[in-house]
Design a protein around this ligand. Structure first.
Ligand code: NAP
Length: 226
C-alpha cells in the first residue's frame, strides 16, 4: 500500500529510473542506489544514495537501518556482483527481493551478429585491420589490449584519469544516443567496420544495433549471462 512501503531500488539503468518515477508518482517512498560510476548521473525521482555498500553484511545492515521493506534489483544484466549481494543481503535483512530482468535483444532480419561468450572471445573474433566501436565500460577494455592490429573507437561517459590501454584507439566522450541516426553518423564518421557489444536488452543501448543493421556493420555480440 502506498505510504507504508519504503523501497530500495538498485539502479544504474534507464529501467530503474523509469521505475523510480512510476513509484514516486504513485506516492511510494523510494530510494535509488547508484554505484557512483559516473560523475554526473542522470537525475532520478525520489531519494538517491550513491556508492557501494561495502559488501553483503553492510548492505543488509543498511537495509535494516533505513527501514527498507522491499528491495528491487533493477541493475544492468551484466552487473552480477551487486545482484548476488542483493539476494544475500535481503535474506539476511528478511525483506522481499524482486529482480527486474529484461530479455536479451533478439536478432532481426538484416542483423549480422557473431555470438560470443566472453570479452576474450570477442577480442579474438576481430579481423586484422578492423575499425571497431567498443561499446563497453572502461573496466572491460583490457581484454582487447593485445589487438594492436585493430583500431578501436572507445566511448566513455566521463574523461578517464588515464587513457585506455589500447595501442590504436580514439576516445569519444558522451552517452550512447537513443536515436539510431546519430549512432549511424558516429559509425560512418569513424569508418567503423565492426562493433563489439554485450547483449544487454532494454532500449537504452539499442540504437547502435539498429544503426549497425542499417549500415550492414557486423556486431560481435557477447551473450547475456544466464
Ligand atoms: P557489479 O560488478 O555487479 O558490482 C560491483 C560492486 O559495485 C558491488 O559489489 C557494489 O559494491 C557496487 N555496486 C554496483 N551496483 C551498485 C548499486 N546500484 N548501488 C550501490 N552499489 C553498487 O556492478 P558493475 O557491473 O560495476 O555496475 C555498476 C552499476 O552500473 C550497476 O548499478 C549497474 O546497474 C550499472 N550499469 C552497469 C553496466 C555494466 O555493463 N555492468 C552497464 C550499465 C549500467 P559493494 O560491494 O561495496 O556494495
Amino acid at each position: 500500500m502506498p505510504g507504508s512501503e519504503r523501497i530500495l531500488i538498485l539502479g544504474g539503468t534507464r529501467e530503474a529510473a523509469q521505475l523510480a518515477q512510476t513509484l514516486t508518482d504513485d506516492g511510494v517512498d523510494v530510494i535509488t542506489s547508484l554505484a557512483g560510476r559516473t560523475k554526473e548521473p542522470i537525475p532520478v525521482a525520489g531519494e538517491t544514495r550513491i556508492g557501494g555498500f561495502g559488501g553483503v553484511d553492510k548492505m543488509a545492515q543498511w537495509i535494516i537501518d533505513n527501514q527498507i521493506t522491499k528491495v528491487i534489483d533493477a541493475t544492468h544484466p551484466f552487473a552480477q556482483q551487486i545482484s548476488k549481494n542483493a539476494a544475500q543481503a535481503s535474506r539476511i535483512a528478511k525483506v522481499e527481493l524482486q529482480r527486474r530482468t529484461r530479455p536479451p535483444w533478439e536478432k532481426q532480419d538484416g542483423d549480422n551478429w557473431q555470438l560470443v561468450e566472453s570479452l576474450e572471445e570477442a577480442a579474438e573474433a576481430l579481423p586484422k585491420d578492423a575499425r571497431v566501436l567498443l561499446a563497453l565500460g572502461s573496466q572491460y577494455l583490457s581484454a582487447f589490449n593485445r589487438r594492436s592490429d585493430v583500431h578501436f573507437l572507445v566511448r566513455m561517459v566521463d574523461q578517464p584519469p588515464a587513457g585506455p590501454d589500447l595501442a590504436d584507439h580514439h576516445l569519444v566522450l558522451g552517452r550512447p544516443s537513443s536515436d539510431w541516426r546519430e549512432e549511424a553518423t558516429l559509425l560512418r564518421d569513424h569508418k567503423i567496420t565492426h562493433i563489439v557489444c554485450r547483449n544487454s536488452g532494454g532500449t537504452g543501448a539499442y540504437a547502435k544495433v539498429i544503426a549497425a543493421r542499417e549500415l550492414a556493420i557486423p556486431i560481435i555480440m557477447i551473450k547475456m549471462p544466464a
